[in-house]
Design a protein around this ligand. Structure first.
Ligand SMILES: [Zn+2]
Length: 580
């Protein structure tokens, strides 16, 4: 059907797209900061709950930049830092309220929600994201902060931050009187509202910055008895590294920080510490981080003034909204995740949604009827690629969507229009034999010979129809002719139906039936089949189409008529239109 030309990596021209421009900037900065070393791009994800499509921008933005750097032949590591040593903050809606007993423990120490196959809360929410990232072709190096802290990987940095606590406190103090800053960066929410609040699962804006009654300490131990962070550091000795804390559970003890591995730096210190530790050159964060006092701004000062490192290039990314999805099922209880999107869209399409918009532009991911338009745009882009009429920036976005430096993503060999596939599986309710018959008839010049060549797009369309289209919008072909309507038809309508029925066999393809359904009202008006439509003709066409929908599916509207006719089958069309 579509022959796909090899897309040159047009993105190498600096003006081409935002990804390329960031890659230029990142490479120049890496050459200045750490010449000869692999370039480090980073993302941070908190598995405190379902990791949704807004969070995917946290990963996709550095992924695309890292991939462009690799395409240019440079070594680049994309770190995904799993912030799984963060505290469990609150029990999301839909989870057994008794989980509140775990609030304050590290996410890796909280049991997974009931029925999960995973060993901890963090693993339960990481696993589907990891699977989605693999399907999306995103190559990354995952770092568990639980593993890092409990292995003592940041020992020197922790001791150093404690020694420099006065300097850190002074930096934080510059902002303490200002407006309440944004919290942890990955807690961004998609545009739509209420349920999201619950699922995002975290009020990180209230992040404890380490201030306590007994002075400022940037390190917070998890209690050795109750495993929660309801602890207060009461004293610290720089010489011996002896740290004393009390816990809300009543426990108190003194530990040697030079040996202690059960605690972490507070977020505003932890993040810049890791910029310096990993040598991060590029790491974006959500738009809510542009405010003074946000952890990105404060982190910039801490990394420079305390850790002697540099802040990454860090564009702010805008929100990702969702349309549709409202009452439909979701693994995330209303907040769609990348896995939910991949159920109904192919991976290149998901990549494209993120690649074609600059990070500071918000966009919506459609789970409702709009998904069909998104797919139409995608197919139109493929046609422009094929005929060479594509704009450079659009070609770049397409290239980033369909391949990575490691190779092409899997694609559907015979990609039929998504809206057609959706209509067909809607009508056949997924019956394979029937679906194949209809798909074969769509385009006799280039027939589908097996359903496999229309997959995975067919499966995505089917998943969309069955999980996101409400029952009252599904198509139900009438089983019996509507004798009441047929019995009272004006002669002109009867004649129009007969014209249509008479032309079915000669027009049995998507294109043929399209011509036929538009031609019937023209012929009836005494015009040629290829006459230009007039306003009167359009009215006549609309009422003819409405009659057909009533007779075929008992409603005023439905899937596009040519698709519907093909799907219903010629014999049944004849019956329902009262021609036999
Ligand atoms: Zn305790």
């Amino acid at each position: 059907m579509l022959s796909r030309k090899e897309v040159p990596i047009v993105a190498q021209s600096p003006e081409t797209d935002w990804v390329s421009r960031f890659a230029d900037e990142v490479i120049a900065e890496a050459d200045r900061r750490a010449p000869g070393k692999p370039i480090v791009c980073a993302s941070g994800l908190s598995p405190s709950g379902p990791i949704h499509l807004g969070n995917l921008r946290e990963v996709m933005t550095p992924h695309l930049v890292a991939d462009e750097i690799r395409r240019r032949g440079r070594e680049c590591v994309h770190i995904i830092s799993w912030d799984d040593y963060d505290r469990f903050r609150k029990v999301p809606n839909g989870v057994d309220p008794s989980w509140s007993e775990h609030i304050g423990k590290p996410l890796t120490s909280v049991p997974a929600p009931a029925g999960s196959e995973y060993g901890s809360w963090a693993e339960h929410f990481k696993a589907p994201m990891i699977a989605a990232l693999a399907e999306l072709g995103i190559e990354f190096h995952g770092i568990s902060q639980t593993e890092q802290y409990t292995a003592g990987a940041y020992r020197e940095q922790v001791l150093f931050a404690m020694r420099e606590r006065g300097a850190i406190d002074a930096i934080l103090d510059r902002y303490r009187t200002k407006d309440k800053p944004a919290g942890k960066k990955q807690q961004q929410k998609p545009l739509d509202e209420a349920e999201v609040e619950a699922a995002a699962g975290s009020g990180a804006a209230d992040e404890d910055d380490g201030t306590g009654g007994a002075g400022y300490y940037p390190y917070k131990p998890y209690c050795s008895v109750c495993d929660k962070d309801l602890t207060t550091v009461t004293s610290y000795d720089d010489e011996t590294t002896e740290l004393s804390y009390t816990c809300a559970c009543g426990h108190s003890e003194t530990v040697k920080l030079s040996e202690h591995n059960r605690g972490k730096l507070v977020w505003k210190v932890d993040w810049p510490m890791r910029w310096a530790y990993e040598g991060v050159i590029f790491e974006p964060s959500g738009v809510d981080h542009s405010s003074p006092g946000s952890s990105f701004v404060v982190g910039g000062q801490i990394v420079r003034e305390v850790f002697g490192g540099e802040q990454p290039i860090g564009p702010m990314y805008a929100f990702v909204g969702i349309s549709g999805m409202a009452k439909m099922s979701s693994s995330a209880g209303g907040v769609p995740t990348p896995s939910d999107a991949l159920e109904i869209m192919e991976a290149p399409l998901v990549r494209w949604l993120y690649a074609r918009r600059r990070p500071n532009q918000s966009f919506k991911v459609a789970f409702d009827q709009e998904i069909q338009r998104t797919y139409d745009e995608w197919d139109a882009l493929e046609r422009k690629i094929a005929d060479g009429s594509v704009q450079a920036a659009d070609a770049a976005a397409y290239s980033r969507a369909t391949r990575t430096a490691a190779g092409e993503l899997p694609r559907t060999p015979h990609p039929l229009p998504y809206r057609t596939l959706a209509s067909v599986v809607d009508i056949t309710t997924g019956h394979d034999e029937q679906t194949l018959r209809i798909l074969r008839d769509l385009d006799p010049a280039n027939p589908v010979t097996s359903l496999d060549e229309t997959r995975p797009r067919l499966d995505r369309a089917q998943a969309w129809i069955t999980t996101h289209v409400p029952a009252d919008q599904r198509t139900r072909v009438r089983t019996e002719p509507d004798r009441e309507i047929l019995g009272s038809l004006p002669a002109a309508d009867r004649a129009a139906l007969d014209l249509l029925v008479g032309g079915l066999d000669d027009h049995w393809s998507l294109d043929g039936l399209t011509t036929l359904v538009y031609a019937v009202p023209k012929l009836q008006a005494g015009l040629d089949a290829d006459a230009k439509p007039t306003p009167e003709l359009k009215v006549a066409q609309r009422s003819f189409f409405a009659l057909l929908y009533q007779l075929l599916v008992g409603r005023d509207t439905g899937p596009r008529l040519p698709t519907l006719l093909l799907a219903v089958g010629a014999d049944r069309v004849r019956t329902l239109l009262g021609a036999v």
